[in-house]
Design a protein. Structure first.
Lengths: 248, 119
């Protein structure tokens, strides 16, 4: 028989969540890159036709123009219009800005013999190149992101998955979920269809019960607090009365 | 001024949460890698910082350009306004050559149409 493993939540959903995080930061074209039909550079010369640009696609050199325009519109009054050449110029300036800062940050990494450009390197480069005013809002932004991301370690993802699972299951066992199978055989814990406080029988072997859909009494009834209820709660089992052996 | 609504604001990353940012992180990473041959590894946070920095950059450049537009009593922001903003701002010196190049003609037949050989 198949158990989901001790502690049902330990399932592939966690791997899915981790995969999603990886995908967001991968270099594959992600879903968040809009297909921008208005951007000249994405619709013309997909091979990068201008001389000297090699095999680099034009669209890879710039940020999507729709995003750029959206940010511009935050600043401009509603009636303002933007000419196409202005849009493209700002798009080019943006890429140049990224290259400029990255180049400086990379120089620093090389000097310090580090291989990875970090967020700190970027902030340092901005300070060096005159973008001091950006450093504070960027630091705040970064710290806020770190707080949010810091909660999403693999342990907390595990917990998250568990609680999400738990909420979806109406079981009132108050213990482990039975999402993927019967619970571990523990005295007093019964399979989902039998709320334990209604059950008048003693310990049953849930694994056997699950496998064969039957219940086996292994001793006299333990007499729970609600022992007045002797009717078998699992009336769904077709005509099978598990209490038969105990009727004297 | 058009302001994003509460939910679209969240979606565009204005609330500062992670998740979708205003600018695609993968594209930022690509551009970073192209900036030098020896750019090897980039931490996960660097594109995130850049996505915000790019917003600030676009906002500043737009603001300054629009000032020139308003001075000309116009309502359409032209490339010349952007050029003026670049020239007038010290920290945008690195852009001066980029913006003062002749505009890329749609047809490459014009002599000097490619701009890569000039510098």
């Amino acid at each position: 028989m198949v158990f989901g493993g001790v502690g049902g939540p330990d399932f592939d959903g966690m791997a899915c969540m981790q995969a999603m995080e990886v995908c967001q930061n991968s270099s594959l074209p992600p879903a968040d890159e809009p297909i921008d039909n208005n951007d000249r550079r994405t619709t013309e010369r997909p091979g990068g036709g201008h001389g000297g640009r090699g095999g680099v696609r034009e669209q890879d050199r710039y940020m999507p123009i729709a995003n750029v325009i959206r940010i511009m519109r935050r600043i401009l009054p509603p009636h303002a219009k933007i000419s196409d050449d202005a849009k493209e110029t700002i798009q080019e300036c943006l890429s140049e800005y990224i290259s400029f800062i990255t180049g400086e940050a990379n120089d620093r990494c090389r000097q310090e013999q580090r291989k990875t450009i970090t967020a700190e390197d970027i902030l340092w480069a901005m300070g060096k190149l005159g973008f001091d005013d950006y450093i504070e809002p960027l630091t705040i932004y970064l710290n806020r992101n770190r707080e949010i991301e810091g909660g999403r370690t693999s342990n907390s993802l595990r917990r998250e998955a568990f609680y999400l699972n738990k909420r979806g299951n109406a079981s009132n066992t108050g213990g482990m979920d039975y999402y993927y199978g019967p619970p571990p055989p523990t005295l007093g814990m019964l399979p989902p269809c039998a709320p334990p406080h209604h059950q008048a029988v003693g310990y049953v072997d849930p694994s056997a019960a699950a496998a064969m859909g039957t219940y086996y009494g292994v001793g006299p009834s333990t007499g729970s607090s609600s022992s007045s209820d002797n009717s078998p709660p699992q009336a769904t089992l077709a005509g099978f009365d598990p209490f038969t052996p105990f009727k004297y | 001024m058009r302001q994003p609504g509460m939910y679209s604001g969240m979606l565009s990353g204005l609330s500062g949460k992670t998740g979708p940012h205003s600018l695609p992180l993968a594209r930022i990473k690509k551009i970073m890698k192209k900036s030098g041959d020896d750019v090897k590894m980039i931490s996960g946070e660097a594109p995130i910082v850049f996505s915000k920095a790019c917003e600030l950059f676009i906002e500043e450049l737009t603001r300054r350009s629009w000032t020139t537009t308003m001075q000309g009593k116009r309502r359409t922001l032209h490339k010349d306004d952007v050029v003026s903003a670049v020239v007038a701002t010290d920290i945008f010196d690195f852009l001066v050559n980029l913006v003062s190049e002749p505009p890329n003609a749609a047809d490459e037949d014009a002599p000097g149409g490619t701009s890569d050989t000039e510098h």
